[in-house]
Ligand binder design. Sequence first.
Ligand code: UDP
Ligand code: MG
Length: 319
Amino acid sequence: MNSPEISVALPVFNEAENLDELNERLAHVLASTGRTWEIVYVDDGSGDASFEKMAAFARKDPRVRALRFSRNFGHQMALTAGVDAARGRIVAVMDADLQDPPELLGEMLKKVDAGYEVVYAQRTKREGEGAFKLWTAHVFYRLLKRWTNVDIPVDVGDFRLMGPRAVAAFRRLRERHRFIRGMTAWVGFRQVGVPYVRPARTRGETKFPLRKMLRFALDGLTSFSHVPLQLATWLGFATSFFAFLYILVVLALWILRINVPGWTTLMVFVLLLGGMQLMVIGVLGEYLGRVYDEVKGRPLYVVAEEVGGEGPGEDTAKV
Ligand code: UDP
Ligand code: MG
């Protein structure tokens, strides 16, 4: 197949019940743009019939391709594999659970035509999500904005369209702890948001429990900010300053031969300093672990199988 104008890459993890509607709506929207297109599904180690479904689409329509990971590598890796495999000049990435409405693609495409390299969908409202998730997401995006030099837009997920230059730049970013919404901001060029209301999941449930959300938030923060690392410096300066003042007090008491019992004060300081030191070591550990992961230089993902396009057949594992 020659390169189509637009590729849509979708990470899929146990979304079998969404795929029929998704594929149909996507194909319909893409056809209405009047351009050549392809859909690249990346099965992130699903345990359900997701891959069989997408492979069936791919066998029926040469414009649909299905990749299967050798195991679950995570949403960000599946997205990356989709962009890597895409042959289109313009690449769209979106979730496969219909929370990123395919119908928005038309409007986003117009922005790419107008010369924007990155067009992201910005949530003005999120339906069907709990107050806790909404609040933590709100705080997180604002904190990230404050603490980074990269202009990462707030309330934006990974649903976006990239022009050829942004795609080329993005493919060169091979970091392991990936925060794609930040990485596509990092590449620069002209970027613009298209507002939309993010609908609730129609079927299935979220694959991002709190634990994974926290990991992901930490990846975002550590990938784009050194502020947590500098915490030690600031805490160190502040404690040293107060410690110095307190030493003067202690010395004065000693000279005046005033003996204070002092157990409470000692305990407070020991616990406070101990806690602070452990916390800072924890921050160091977070960064160090990530450095270790990067240094190993492992491939980001392993593809087990590819159906459609001109991809290799079964069992030709490649990375
Ligand atoms: N996903 C994936 N691998 C994972 C978890 C999720 O490929 O380990 C896919 C999932 O199928 C969906 C997208 O990533 O297409 C977003 O996941 P989800 O909808 O569960 O996240 P939420 O919208 O709740 O943040
Ligand atoms: Mg979702």
